[in-house]
Design a protein around this ligand. Structure first.
Ligand code: NDP
Length: 316
């Protein structure tokens, strides 16, 4: 495993990390969750991601139990949660958003579900137009000073909102955001590569990126329909089928094959080649998937400048 600094902070995260969206509490039960976390730990993963909203809090519960049962020392792993959407299907006005109240309550609930005394990373899962950014920055700063959170960040915030958060923190001498959590994969690049480009040097912003396989689409497994039990077969995730552009995937498959990589390994290695990426967060429902995906780390040298150019041409 390779370990990368989270932006310019001193926190070193495994270049490949493991998340719990859709899977934990929905496709994956407690036994399977423990096996997947154990597999990740065996491969050197030290960072695990969740959110209040994943399976209405159940993902955090399963992740916390797995880490506890595996007796991983608290100083050897990092865990993150995210706040915004709420942890129930019909949240009351105070049970969602980025108000001081909900940011504080959601943190306390995440600590309980994850069975930890502090969150290493805590993200504002989306921007909240109904809460002043200054209120959220103050709330995050308070949690950090209370020792309940170590680093805070944003997820899918426009660059202008991130700039405003930094400006508030700088003006008020508060802890500034350390990282962003954006989608980043071969089919979804604009925000990380263009919109955020000035923020890396200006603020030392790190990235914990999500959906390296575009929910599995970049494995090529959807080329001949939707396999039973796969993410896109889940009725509650039908909306994903419309969001992900599958038409460009066939153009990428021959490039991966020429390099002797599986499509999944190629897609993950491609994400890792971006030096602004602190960690690529993987998702998996099966141990075999993780075993295959971790091999991407050994293949980075195969993705040279010529291959990167070939990808750009194929995708235009
Ligand atoms: P991916 O794009 O890598 O999708 C993971 C899914 O793809 C797996 O659950 C599995 O689904 C399938 N898959 C993975 N590997 C293989 C393989 N080798 N062969 C075939 N199928 C494979 O990542 P996620 O979308 O899960 O995102 C990773 C993490 O990022 C999440 O768990 C979450 O923690 C975070 N995230 C954050 C978001 C945010 O807004 N901040 C949004 C989304 C995710 P299946 O077996 O069901 O087909």
């Amino acid at each position: 495993m390779e370990y990368r600094r989270l932006g310019t902070s001193g926190l070193k995260l495994s270049a490949l990390s493991f998340g719990t969206w859709v899977t934990f509490g929905r496709q994956v039960d407690a036994t399977c969750a423990r096996a997947l976390v154990s597999c990740a730990i065996d491969h050197g993963v030290n960072y695990f991601d969740s959110s209040e909203t994943y399976s209405a809090g159940m993902a955090e519960t399963l992740l916390g139990s797995a880490l506890k049962q595996l007796e991983i020392p608290r100083d050897a792993f990092c865990v993150s949660s995210k706040v915004f959407f709420g942890a129930c299907s019909d949240p009351k006005p105070t049970q969602r958003g980025l108000s001081r109240k909900h940011v504080t309550e959601a943190c306390h609930q995440a600590l309980k579900r994850l069975q930890v005394d502090y969150l290493d990373c805590y993200f504002c899962h989306r921007p909240d137009p109904e809460t002043p950014i200054a209120e959220t920055v103050w709330a995050m700063d308070t949690l950090i000073r209370q020792g309940k959170v170590l680093y805070w960040g944003t997820s899918e915030w426009p660059a202008a909102a991130i700039r405003e958060a930094y400006a508030v923190a700088s003006r008020e001498h508060l802890h500034a955001p350390t990282m962003e959590q954006p989608q980043y994969n071969l089919l979804h690049r604009q925000r990380v590569e263009a919109e955020y480009a000035p923020l890396y040097d200006s603020f030392g912003m790190g990235l914990t990126t999500w959906s390296p396989l575009a929910s599995g689409v970049l494995t090529g497994k959807y080329a001949r329909g939707i396999p039973e039990g796969s993410r896109l077969s889940l009725t509650s995730y039908k909306w994903l089928q419309e969001r992900v552009d599958m038409t460009r995937v066939p153009k990428l498959l021959p490039i991966a094959a020429d390099l002797g990589l599986s499509p999944a390994q190629f897609a993950i290695a491609w994400c890792l080649k971006n030096p602004h990426v602190s960690t690529v967060m993987l998702g998996a429902t099966k141990r075999d998937q993780l075993e295959e995906n971790f091999k991407a780390l050994d293949m980075l040298d195969k993705i040279d400048d010529a291959v990167l150019k070939q990808v750009n041409v194929a995708l235009t």
